[in-house]
Write a protein that binds this ligand. Structure first.
Ligand code: ADP
Ligand code: MG
Length: 321
């Protein structure tokens, strides 16, 4: 690959200390210690493709951050503690300043969460980033999509819709003033995975999922897996000041169907509400209660006054949109 060879490239940008791994990057396999007794490994992969998951204009540092953030978000949704990750990268060319920015953004988030880069692969090709994360979770304590029960309350870890609003601004479909564009763009390009909250919800949440494809679609996964229905008060779904300045129809579209939010939506028995609030505080997040799980299948949306709302749930689907 150009003047900088594949192995020098790995050495320069992707070789970082791995105090937890028994063997880190540089050999045929990474070797990780087995989890302690009673603990299990949680594993998840996410791929980011240029033009599909990110715009060609995104600064490499933010891309590095986001590539890992979306993976850590899956660990968060399972209540797992991040341990390590691998990085498979296809690069159109060796661009030192791009690699430096990408690696900086990636490794800053990795260090923040104590998640080691233990190996991967690099090849020439259209820009494509695939990360696999490994986390630790109690053997029978992972948060799943299947545990929601009628009567459980539905909670959200933070405001939704900004990433979608920024995307609409990039597409030229809405116009935002400078400050709103910057804040929503930050939400789209630098999402913060709710890793601390996920672990704080172990033994407390009955079901959880992270919002990558839109609240209604992702909550739909919980409903199907748990064989339950839900009622959501759409006005209680928190949104940023930037989104709240938009017309109500756009607000609803962005926060209910938007996607790319990487907040957690989870359920918990009503009598656990105080503990849930405390878990939110420990994680430094203002949690919002947005509805209830019901036995009757299907999703019922109401506005703040309790009036039924018809709103199509259009979860993002790579093969349909
Ligand atoms: P092999 O040919 O045996 O699959 P590679 O030549 O692909 O090995 O990689 C050499 C070493 O560099 C391996 O230990 C691999 O895990 C590591 N590696 C490759 N790409 C990356 C990357 N993007 N980040 C971290 N380590 C990497
Ligand atoms: Mg290889």
């Amino acid at each position: 690959m150009n003047d900088l060879g594949e192995f020098e490239l790995i050495e320069r940008y992707f070789r970082h200390p791995t105090p937890h791994a028994l063997v880190g990057p540089g050999d045929d396999c990474a070797v990780l210690p087995a989890p302690a007794a009673g603990m299990a490994l949680a594993v998840s992969s996410d791929m980011l493709v240029e033009g599909r998951h990110f715009l060609p204009t995104v600064p490499p540092r933010l891309l590095g951050h986001k590539a890992l953030a979306v993976n850590l978000s899956d660990l968060a949704a399972a209540g797992a503690r991040p341990l390590a990750f691998t990085l498979a990268l296809a690069l159109p060319r060796v661009d030192a300043s791009w690699l430096e920015g990408f690696s900086d953004g990636l490794m800053a988030l990795a260090r923040e969460h104590g998640c080691e880069l233990v190996g991967g692969d690099v090849t020439a090709g259209p820009l494509n980033i695939c990360i696999t994360v490994f986390g630790e979770v109690p053997e029978r304590g992972a948060l799943l999509r299947s545990g929601a029960r009628p009567g459980d309350e539905i909670w959200l870890s933070g405001p939704l819709g900004d990433a979608r609003l920024a995307l609409e601004a990039f597409r030229g479909k809405v116009e935002l003033d400078g400050a709103d564009f910057r804040s929503t763009r930050r939400a789209m390009e630098a999402p913060q995975p709710r890793v601390v909250l996920g672990q704080a919800l172990r033994g407390l949440a009955s079901a959880a999922i992270d919002i990558s494809d839109g609240l209604l679609g992702d909550l739909g996964h919980v409903m199907r897996a748990s064989r339950v229905g839900a009622r959501i008060d759409t006005d209680s779904v928190p949104r940023s000041p930037a989104l709240a300045r938009q017309p109500l129809v756009l607000q609803r579209e962005c926060c209910l169907n938007g996607g790319d939010d990487y907040e957690l939506v989870f359920t918990a028995p009503a009598d656990a509400a105080t503990q849930v609030q405390a878990a939110g505080e420990r994680a430094g997040l203002a949690l919002a209660r947005i509805g209830r799980i019901e036995a009757e299948p299907g999703l019922r949306l109401v506005d703040g006054a309790g009036r039924p709302l018809t709103f199509e749930s259009r979860s993002f689907d790579h093969f349909r949109s």
